[in-house]
Design a binder for this molecule. Structure first.
Ligand code: TYD
Length: 203
């Protein structure tokens, strides 16, 4: 059995990535693939409980990082690795790039700490393709304020999201083959043409 592939969607809150999650899944299903759609933090019953805490309870920045990786370990063990092993493709709304962007870029935790947790939990595992939805901070802010009630992350200052965005772009520069940057100011149709192209290259 050929293992499935792992695709992640990333971007600052308000970049619009969630809009494209269903498109990615439908496109892959159209190719006859079994597709699992999931998200982080979350994706398992325990992970969803941790998500509630992460999004709504105040906590120390390192606690936040450790809980993100606790949820990720469970996600990998219970859902992601078994699904890929049986040949399903997995599409996740966020993964470890978000920890580098938010906990390292946003909160200022040292990259080395995140790298230790990544090595521990992932043991070399990484997404096959990451779509990074990039928008300037003011566009993301306008989209966030038009959306529903803000969670703990969405209440952060604009400067926080600028750091998150820059950390994402730094990662994309370091891994241009895996992380594909999409200008998310463009129309949904234009973006989806590009996404289909990238999926075609992977399939
Ligand atoms: P998301 O699902 O994008 O939020 P929403 O449901 O509002 O669209 O992500 C939840 C939040 O979690 C988001 O603000 C980013 C944050 N996050 C981190 O800080 N680190 C991480 O490792 C992950 C996976 C998410």
């Amino acid at each position: 059995m050929t293992p499935g592939k792992f695709i992640t969607l990333e971007g600052v809150d308000g970049a619009g990535k969630s809009t494209h999650l269903g498109f990615v899944a439908d496109w892959l299903r159209g190719q006859g693939r079994e597709v699992i759609v999931t998200r982080e933090p979350g994706g398992t019953p325990l992970g969803e409980t941790l998500r509630e805490l992460l999004l709504h309870r105040d906590m120390d920045a390192d606690t936040e990082l450790l809980l993100m990786f606790a949820a990720r370990q469970q996600h990998l063990a219970e859902l992601i690795r078994p699904a890929l092993a049986r040949g399903a493709w997995v599409v996740s709304d966020r993964f470890t790039d978000a920890s580098y962007a938010y906990q390292c870029g946003g909160r200022g935790i040292a990259t080395e700490r995140i790298a230790v947790l990544e090595a521990w939990v992932q043991r070399g595992f990484a997404p096959d393709l990451t779509l990074l939805f990039d928008v300037p901070p003011e566009v993301a802010e306008a989209r966030r304020s038009a959306a529903r009630t803000a969670d703990r992350f969405e209440r952060e200052a604009d400067s926080f999201f600028s750091r998150v965005r820059n950390a994402y772009l730094d990662r994309a520069r370091a891994e241009p083959g895996r992380i594909r940057v999409l200008d998310a100011r463009r129309s949904i149709d234009a973006l989806q043409d590009d996404i289909a192209q990238l999926l075609e290259e992977l399939a």
